[in-house]
Write a protein that binds this ligand. Structure first.
Ligand code: CO
Ligand code: CO
Length: 318
């Protein structure tokens, strides 16, 4: 759809516009570059405070994916007339709490009446260094590092069906609330080439965008991809979000699957995520010290694949 719009010709635009990317990057002056993004969606969990926190972690994630620092944000709210307004109060409190952790100020917003609750934020950040990590920067010879497990779409759908054990749900909510701040900071420190956050298009959907926009192919080692506990069981009980099914159809066109990859795992790798981790493309020699420092700072990174010259398909799952 976006390709039908007129192209943007402005040398101050460093990403966004005609680029496939997580956020728009705009150079105001030589020493000041803006990064902007907006994200909002219906609740993925029942607890409004949790939902507020998750929404912030998810929205700022696009800024972190670019290697930016979030500065200010504005709320985007859809709220039903008949629902108790205290629910919105709790969402906003959760949001402000998480924003504080991100060292970002929420300064206002806009709300409309809506059939269902929707919440998210428009975030403005800056680039702390000239170096940033676009989706389109993956280079041959890089390896791929993922910073959070996959499967939170399936599990949050399972929670709505009432088929998820409490400890499984707890881990997933905790992960969705976790900021990608530390991972972002370290990938800039170690000079990563590309990054994208894993959200609605699922791991392989976002991987395809990275491959396509970088002009390379990606090899994904399926059995090295970290998964949330319980995801196979919950999937087998019928929890699979509509968005994930659409991802599966899209991904199929661009992916070569090794025969050993069973159908369930294919589905999980296409599962639409909320506030997922970063998929980072970094040169092989920097990967080990980068991953070691992530671990020291409480992040559990996984090396899940590599970048190769463009082949027939964009994604090879082995
Ligand atoms: Co994104
Ligand atoms: Co986004």
């Amino acid at each position: 759809m976006l390709s039908s719009l007129p192209p943007i010709k402005d040398s101050r635009v460093l990403s966004g516009g005609n680029y496939i990317d997580d956020g728009a990057v705009f150079k105001i002056r030589d020493d000041l570059t803006l990064v902007q993004t907006v994200d909002f969606f219906p609740p993925v969990v029942d607890d409004p405070y949790d939902f507020g926190e998750i929404s912030v972690a998810n929205a700022v994630s696009d800024i972190y994916a670019m290697g930016g620092i979030p500065i200010t944000a504005l709320n985007v709210v859809g709220f039903p007339e008949k629902l108790d307004i205290s629910v919105l109060g709790d969402i906003l409190k959760g949001a402000m709490h998480k924003a504080e952790e991100a060292e970002m100020l929420i300064l206002g917003g806009h709300s409309v009446r809506d059939k269902e609750v929707k919440f998210g934020l428009a975030v403005t950040g800056i680039l702390p260094s000239k170096h940033f990590t676009p989706t389109w920067g993956a280079k041959e010879g890089d390896v791929l590092v993922l910073t959070k497990p996959i499967g939170n779409g399936i599990i949050t759908t399972g929670i709505k069906y009432g088929i998820v054990e409490e400890d499984v749900a707890f881990e997933v909510v905790k992960s969705m609330k976790q900021l990608n701040k530390v991972a972002s900071h370290l990938m800039i420190k170690y000079g990563a080439n590309a990054s994208t956050d894993i959200t609605g298009f699922g791991l392989l959907g976002h991987a395809q965008r990275m491959a396509y926009s970088s002009g390379v192919s990606l090899i994904i080692q399926a059995y090295k991809v970290p998964l949330f506990k319980g995801v196979y069981k919950i999937l087998s009980e019928g929890a699979y979000p509509g968005g994930s099914s659409s991802n599966r159809v899209f991904v199929e066109k661009h992916t070569h699957w090794a025969k050993s990859i069973d159908e369930d795992l294919r589905k999980i790798l296409c599962d639409a995520q909320t506030s997922g981790g970063l998929l980072i493309s970094i040169s092989r020699d920097k990967a080990e010290p980068f991953m070691n420092e992530l671990k020291e700072q409480g992040i559990t990174p996984s090396l899940i694949g590599e970048v190769v010259p463009k082949r027939d398909k964009y994604i090879y799952v082995e």
